[in-house]
Design a protein around this ligand. Structure first.
Ligand code: EPS
Length: 391
């Protein structure tokens, strides 16, 4: 129902995205998109590129006088760094000097470099890294801000926080929605100021060692209506769709829904969320280990998912690699890079979850205008109240 396609290279003129399927009448504020773009650029552990860029969105189509039209929304974020890469990234044929200037020959283990070169048959890894770069997540965050704008109208909010960076982690347990207010003030987007100090120290240590460090983020959506997704077919299961969306984020290597990671070591009686209630108050779930999804369908609880972010592959003290032209041993390429992108990955995870939830919402309600979405959703909610009581 809601589709988006991104385009753009890390040092090309701009990153772009086309979002199609948003109903007409959704309020869109440019400042809110820019706020999310700024949040993505932040976080302790970022490198030199973020000092060059001040990502701001240009709305090219699909929005008029502050509301969506129902037509495709085109968004553009210019790469300020492009100025220094004009000849290297030019779409037009260039003299040899420009072709050689930023040529990359030594694939970084863990990056798309080698796999991409084998796929597209090139020995200039620049052709791979420019698109494989996590800079592409700028487009996703811009698109996610539009999904958020729709979700906000139906009372759904999406937030995230950092659970772990290297050895520094929050103690086990549920982080309450209310605690997330602290995240935006934290340099590592962590709810606990003491743990944040330890996370910053982890990043400093990795940087001093010429290394990188990964971590874990949790993304949470509140106010999600019950009944999104479906158990009826594998590709309609919303937990699977969320997992795919989160796994597609650069550097994410594992995804869990709710307390999913503990599922292999916990008995059923301690794992599942009991259903309690009475005729007056309706149904209630005292716990939410399922992360708001049962059978691939939202159950009305908060959606909670975790993503494990690997340490990024560009290392100042590089790993062993080869020269792709000669196959002689070489150290992997060293590009200007970040030490840790875990805080930024949380912001991207919010965008991806918002996009999946907005898609699933529209699948449930249909509707070409926001008014239709709202009235269809109210009809759904009325039916659910008849069955389960008030929420
Ligand atoms: C990124 C921009 C990139 C990197 C980073 C993410 O900029 P540059 O390549 O010019 O330094 O900082 O990309 C990676 C970590 C990666 O492995 O691709 C961004 O905007 O998020």
């Amino acid at each position: 129902m809601l589709r988006f396609l991104t385009a753009g290279e890390s040092h090309g003129p701009a990153l772009s995205v086309v979002v199609e399927g948003l109903p007409a009448g959704v309020p869109v504020e440019r400042e809110r998109i820019d706020t999310d773009l700024r949040r993505r650029q932040g976080g302790y552990g970022r490198g030199g590129r973020m000092k060059i860029e001040t990502d701001t969105v240009e709305i090219l189509s699909g929005v008029r006088h502050g509301r969506t039209l129902g037509s495709p929304v085109g968004l553009l974020v210019r790469n300020l760094d492009h100025e220094s890469w004009r000849d290297v990234m030019s779409p037009d044929p260039q003299p040899d000097a420009a072709r050689e200037r930023r040529r990359l020959r030594h694939p970084r283990p863990g990056h798309a470099d080698l796999a991409g070169a084998l796929k597209y048959g090139t020995d200039d890894l620049r052709n791979v890294v420019e698109r494989a770069s996590a800079r592409e997540t700028t487009s996703r965050v811009a698109a996610g801000a539009l999904a958020r704008a729709l979700l906000r109208e139906v009372g759904v909010e999406v937030r995230s926080h950092v659970v772990r960076i290297g050895a520094a982690a929050l103690p086990a347990g549920v982080v309450a929605w209310e605690a997330l207010d602290a995240v935006e003030e934290s340099p590592v987007r962590c709810v606990d100021a003491r743990v944040a100090v330890a996370m910053v120290a982890e990043i400093d240590r990795a940087k001093k060692d010429g290394d990188s460090v990964g971590g874990v983020v949790e993304v949470i959506a509140r106010g999600v209506p019950a009944g999104l997704g479906s158990y009826a077919q594998w590709d309609r299961k919303l937990d699977g769709r969320i997992a795919q969306a989160l796994m597609s984020i650069h550097a994410v290597k594992a995804v869990a829904i709710g307390e999913g990671l503990a599922g292999g070591e916990t008995r059923g009686s301690a794992f599942h969320d009991e259903i309690v209630g009475d005729a007056e108050a309706g149904l209630r779930r005292p716990t939410n280990r399922a992360g708001g999804l049962e059978g691939g369908v939202t159950n009305g609880e908060e959606i909670r998912a975790r993503a494990v972010v690997k340490p990024i592959p560009t290392l100042l003290i590089p790993l062993r690699s080869v020269d792709l032209a000669t196959r002689e041993p070489q150290k992997a390429s060293v590009e200007r890079s970040d030490t840790c992108v875990v805080p930024a990955a949380g912001v991207v995870a919010e965008a991806m979850l918002a996009l999946v939830l907005a898609d699933a919402l529209l699948e449930k309600t249909g509707g070409d205008s926001l008014d239709e979405v709202l009235s269809h959703l109210e009809a759904t909610r009325a039916g659910q109240r008849r069955l389960a009581g008030p929420r």
